[in-house]
Design a protein around this ligand. Structure first.
Ligand code: C5P
Length: 243
């Protein structure tokens, strides 16, 4: 097979030029990193699980009319996605306090929030993706006011969808992170969900036991990450067999 042009290599994924104009092949690696890559490991099978899980969530979102970059899965580790211009923000939605929010505000992990809280971080690994306000976003031109309105609405729709899907299989969606891309139809710009949605980018707790089924298992040395992700896949009926 002809070698493909690598466009970008990140901590958990590699992007290659796609077969058709405007497409990209997204390859899921087994590498796990935490604390801005200060902690690293290779977790066999993680890439396969995240490829399947992200396909599952993105397909579901497409079906309910929330546009995403996902086109189709190509094989165990790769999916074809729409090329887009990534908005330099990480959008975090929280239903329960955990992680950096609990640390920052001194709120006990697991405390239910009065309503979903949306936070924005500036995407910059060298700076450790700092939390920013809409003032920073507007002043530095990272997104327009119209974009911010659309991003908020997309983030809350993703939250409703994911919370419901997870609740149905006995899992609490504590929080998650999404990234947004811009695509252009002529002069007309649309925003779509990009990157991935997987247990790498969500906090997922078993409703009965509180067991963590997400990347905190790796961050906090709580056991086997593949077992945790496989459990999520099993409950959702997303089993990574042979393709
Ligand atoms: O670390 P923090 O508590 O801010 O993370 C909130 C949510 O966003 C978690 O689900 C975490 O996995 C996700 N996240 C991410 N990528 C980052 C930062 C956070 O997927 N760079």
């Amino acid at each position: 097979m002809a070698r493909r042009k690598k466009i970008y290599e990140g901590k958990a994924k590699i992007l290659y030029e796609g077969p058709e104009p405007g497409t990209i092949v997204q390859y899921f690696k087994d590498d796990a990193t935490a604390f801005n890559a200060q902690k690293k490991d290779v977790i066999e099978g993680k890439g396969v699980l995240n490829n399947r899980l992200s396909e599952f969530f993105m397909t579901g979102l497409n079906t309910i009319g929330v546009p995403t970059h996902f086109i189709r899965r190509l094989n165990m580790r790769e999916q074809l996605v729409r090329n887009c211009e990534i908005v330099p923000l990480e959008i975090i939605v929280r239903n329960f306090s955990a992680g950096s929010m609990s640390t920052r505000l001194g709120i006990e992990e697991g405390t239910q929030l009065p309503r979903p809280i949306v936070e924005y971080c500036y995407k910059d690994d060298d700076l450790g993706d700092p939390l920013v306000t809409e003032e920073h976003i507007a002043a530095f031109g990272w997104a327009s006011q119209q974009d911010m309105d659309d991003i908020l609405s997309l983030a809350l729709r993703v939250n409703d969808f994911l919370s419901g899907v997870m609740l149905a299989v006995g899992i609490r969606l504590v929080d998650f992170k999404i990234e947004i891309g811009r695509v252009y139809d002529g002069d007309f710009q649309r925003l779509i969900i990009a990157d991935e949605i997987s247990p790498d980018s969500c906090r997922l707790w078993d409703i009965e036991t509180g067991q963590k089924l997400d990347k905190d298992v790796f961050r906090r040395d709580l056991g086997s990450l593949t077992d945790a992700y496989s459990e999520v896949a099993r409950r959702l009926g997303v089993m990574p067999k042979n393709s």
